[in-house]
Write a protein that binds this ligand. Sequence first.
Ligand code: ADP
Ligand code: ZN
Ligand code: MG
Length: 451
Amino acid sequence: MTEYIPTIGLEIHVQLSTKSKMFCRCDNNAEGKEPNTVVCPLCMGFPGVLPVGNATAVEYGVKTALALGCAINKFQRFDRKNYFYPDLPKAYQISQFFFPVGEHGSVAIDYLGLDRKTKKEFKVGINRIHLEEDAGKLIHTKDATLVDFNRCGTPLMEIVTEPDINSPEEAKAFMQELQRVVRSLGVSFADMEKGHLRVDANVSVRPKGQKELGAKIEVKNMNSFKFMEQALKFEIERQIKVLEAGEKLQQETRGWDSKSGTTILQRVKEGSIDYRYFPEPDLPPVVLTDDQISQWQNSIGLPSTLRATAERKGLPYSRVFELQDKDKLMLFVGVMHMRVELNPIQVANWIEKFDNEEKLIEFMDVVGKHNLSPAAAQKYWETGQIPKVMDEAVLKQAVEQVLTNNPDVVARYKAGETKLIGFLIGQVIKQAGSGADPASVAAQLNKLLAQ
Ligand code: ADP
Ligand code: ZN
Ligand code: MG
């Protein structure tokens, strides 16, 4: 039997959690509001109004594009996408066609396989990320179709992946990572069930060994991770069955029907629609500076950018990679940001023992102020007591005392029984009190024994 390889590319819409809509001052949170109450002449498409771009939406778009490894367009522009539909009162959507926020990104994902043990890895290219506005909502009843314009003008970010996904599990792992990314950036609530995160999947299969991809079939209407996985599994098996029966597949759009657990044909593609894109004349272009972009890059707090920041703060690259944990990286960067004078290597040495910035800074301050040796710092960490730093003269006296009291041990040490140093260190600490730390005692002992 022929083996088939599935290919999936995703087109994702992310609803941005800005305060106001994309081009007007309407509240962007219309959840649970009466239909057609969160609207204004602008988002209703009245003539004679002028849109004003939402700067926060641009910031959110750029941050996401950076987090997904995209190249950022410093010059961005909005374009009109012309089409008529009852949920679109202007008869055009403002989108970004020619100069999107970001392009050519890539995301490395790892996830646990079905056995919940094997770690699997794959990479997904990001074709582009652009900003646009949402349309209204059509509500189909028995006798009529109603329209609610509350959602008109809601800021959306569209993310288009390359066809780099090869299984429903990978698609789910990618979407979960994307959800984590936009949530941790604070740019979207990203709840699939609430429509903050919507995904359309392009699916094809091809016989193993064949180079070119099969006919792509678009699957819509999957509003949870579970449904997406089920829909993709079903669609891949359906396509394989069609090919195995000797039939051909053609480009079409299908919808997931959760009741029957199948995908249902919606329309067959007859050529591509010409949207007559042209630059939006009512909005100036967005022009970003390098400074602005690197400031956003530094603020996004993802491992790759955190590592770069940690290195900039003076930690050697090899040590940076020891800080595997994102929280530890954040802690390091945070502490070095608060206290530039701290020694980055010392901070990294202690980072494992702390999970709180203030505590670690407090600790480093005590170590610095009392000039504690690593051993004394360890003692302080264990007991919370600041070890008395031994006066050089006092320590020297204690060492001399111990050497005088133990002439035979000294003789055996000098004859080659070097492990007796441990015994001598113990004797000095006993003599001098707990303030003596082993490292300085050993140094002093070695010095006197060598005389
Ligand atoms: P279109 O011109 O129809 O918009 P694109 O080439 O722009 O098609 O791709 C749209 C989406 O479909 C992208 O996410 C892409 O990764 C995915 N895609 C393209 N070709 C295939 C294919 N043969 N199988 C699966 N996904 C595909
Ligand atoms: Zn409005
Ligand atoms: Mg396309």
